[in-house]
Design a protein around this ligand. Structure first.
Ligand code: G6P
Ligand code: ZN
Length: 544
């Protein structure tokens, strides 16, 4: 007999989910009732889990296993029918999304702080996904947040830890727990979408690749799919062993944090193709030999070449990008005669467009690319998309990019991040720019003239909801832009993101360093926002 206990609790302040679930320092999550309060509030906010089936898994970071046990005990105590959990409580975010959809589950809990460092001094996080497999909508998250403010009791089963190391079906009280292999279903889905024969032919021809799993969850996925199924040579996957602190790394696939891969790719004798993924496997970075592919360009190239890939042979219903993402994909959409949607930052905003069949591909400048195959961005999917395109078209990544720009023009793009800035200073900076929006149009900064300036708000065309305060944008004559926003995923002070974009149509100027090509836009942003003085920083912490 399993005993269920009801434990009195009190609301804990600050459990407001951000861009992607609730993300805090690990030690905060380990605090008294912190995790329990939030899980109970998820149940309460979604109208209970009585009779429901949930998917559960995480990225393997410190506290992942213990937190999974808490979720299982609390699901059983609140009457859930079943939890499908990845072996060792592991599931990448896209694999969890797929499992929710494939099994018709009512939702899922993903234990991850994505690309933030892990470990006792790092970050932990809890995300809740809905029955469509995607991050819960803003209104659901708001109900969960409301529930955190009034939670008064916790329901939890008393039990030993459930063994999650072998594939098995167990029970906890009346609740069934099915332990599944985290990779199998996901690998099968990839096999349906991509031409695995063509990609393995590419590897047989001597094509060399490096995939940096950054000691995070994609290690086992990449080893199975790239090395075992597709026949890439052993060693193609680097940092493939998931570690609770990601080997003290920062599992964010960008030129700064995937430095080892970056250095290999920038050498003359580097591999043909490089890629990396983040903590929970939903982000990707694509890089050729001496050829960095910005995430915005990656989305545009994928869109332009989609029909070369079996799963997308019939064409795209539409595309969507987050507002700060470059407008490179807009040009492809215009050429294809399909709709292009501009949404706020956050994958959850793509869900309705995908569900309604209005968009097939989505992407964000923050190294996220995905499609309607799941309801999350998907790192390995993007890597396989590139491999499939290269296998069909031949040539190098650099040649593919050059050909793309020759056809569509190049949207130079760079994001500058100022991390852990004093929150008051960051808000002051945003207020300072907000105060200028009405007067900016018509003003000139060097050779640039402002045409438009506003604060982005999004009206969801599917459910009619409105999301305000989604970033300040300043548009220049000729298509250049500066966008400023404060990150919704940081856990330390405020992170200011400044996004710069400039359209280049002159083929002689397609191979400049983006920082040079964007110099006048970067200077205008500094003049308008006073970034150095207000943040007290001479330079950004991260440039992508
Ligand atoms: C997560 C979300 C993305 C978002 C990114 C950056 O990865 O899933 O949708 O683009 O964070 O968000 P931020 O608010 O930090 O710019
Ligand atoms: Zn992630």
């Amino acid at each position: 007999m399993t005993t269920f206990r009801t434990i009195p609790t009190e609301p804990i302040e600050g459990q407001k989910p951000g861009t992607s679930g609730l993300r805090k320092k690990t030690a905060v999550f380990q605090g008294h009732h912190y995790l329990e309060n939030f899980i109970q509030s998820i149940w309460n906010g979604i109208g209970g889990v009585q009779g429901k089936t949930l998917v559960l898994g995480g990225d393997g970071r410190h506290f992942n296993s213990q937190a999974a046990q808490v979720v299982l005990r609390m699901a059983a105590a609140s009457g859930a029918k079943k939890v499908i959990v990845g072996k060792r409580a592991l599931l990448s975010t896209p694999a969890a999304s797929h499992l929710i959809r494939k099994r018709g589950a009512d939702g899922g809990i993903i234990l991850s702080a994505s690309h933030n460092p892990g470990g006792p001094n790092g970050d932990f996080g809890v995300k809740f996904n809905s029955a469509n497999g995607g991050p819960a909508s803003e209104s659901v998250m708001a109900r969960i947040f409301d529930a955190t403010k009034v939670v008064s009791e916790l329901h939890i089963a008393e039990s030993q830890d459930i063994g999650l190391r072998t594939l098995d079906t167990l029970t906890l009280g009346d609740m069934e727990i099915e332990i599944v292999d985290p990779v199998t279903d996901y690998a099968a889905l990839m096999q349906e979408l991509f031409d695995f024969d063509a990609i393995s032919g590419l590897f047989k021809s001597g094509f060399r690749m490096r995939f940096d799993a950054m000691h995070a969850v994609t290690g086992p996925y990449a080893r199975t799919i790239l090395e075992e199924i597709l026949g890439a040579p052993p060693g193609t996957v680097m940092n493939g062993l998931p570690l609770p602190d990601f080997g003290e790394g920062h599992p964010d696939p960008n030129p700064t944090w995937a430095k080892q891969l970056w250095d290999e790719m920038m050498s003359d004798s580097g591999p043909d193709f490089g890629a990396a993924s983040d903590g929970d496997g939903d982000r990707n970075m694509i890089v050729g030999r001496k050829a960095y592919v910005s995430p915005s360009d990656s989305l545009a190239v994928i869109a332009a070449n989609a029909t070369l890939v079996p799963g997308y042979r019939d064409g795209l219903k539409g595309v969507a990008r987050s507002m700060p993402t470059s407008q490179a994909v807009d040009r492809v959409a215009a050429r294809l005669g399909i709709d292009c949607y501009e949404t706020p930052t956050g994958w959850k905003f793509f869900g309705n467009l995908l569900d309604a069949g209005r968009a097939t591909l989505c992407g964000e400048e923050s190294f996220g690319t995905g499609s309607d195959h799941v309801r999350e961005k998907d790192g390995l999917w993007a890597v396989l998309f590139w491999l499939n395109i290269l296998a069909v078209k031949g040539g190098s990544v650099a040649e593919l990019l050059d050909a793309h720009w020759a056809e569509y023009g190049r949207n130079y793009y760079s994001r500058h991040d100022y991390e852990a800035v004093d929150a008051a200073a960051a808000n002051g900076l945003m207020d300072h720019v907000r105060g200028q929006l009405a007067s900016l149009p018509g003003q000139s900064f060097g050779a640039l003239t402002v045409e438009t300036a506003d604060e982005f708000a999004y009206d969801d065309p599917v459910d009619g909801s409105r999301s305000e305060g989604q970033g300040l944008r300043i548009g220049f004559a000729g298509g250049g832009r500066v966008v400023l926003r404060l990150s919704g995923t940081g856990t330390d002070g405020a992170t200011l993101r400044v996004y710069h974009e400039k359209v280049e149509e002159d083929a002689a100027r397609f191979n400049l360093d983006p920082q040079e090509a964007l110099a006048d836009i970067i200077a205008a942003a500094e003049t308008i926002a006073g970034i150095k003085a207000r943040t007290g920083r001479d330079a950004p912490d991260v440039i992508t």
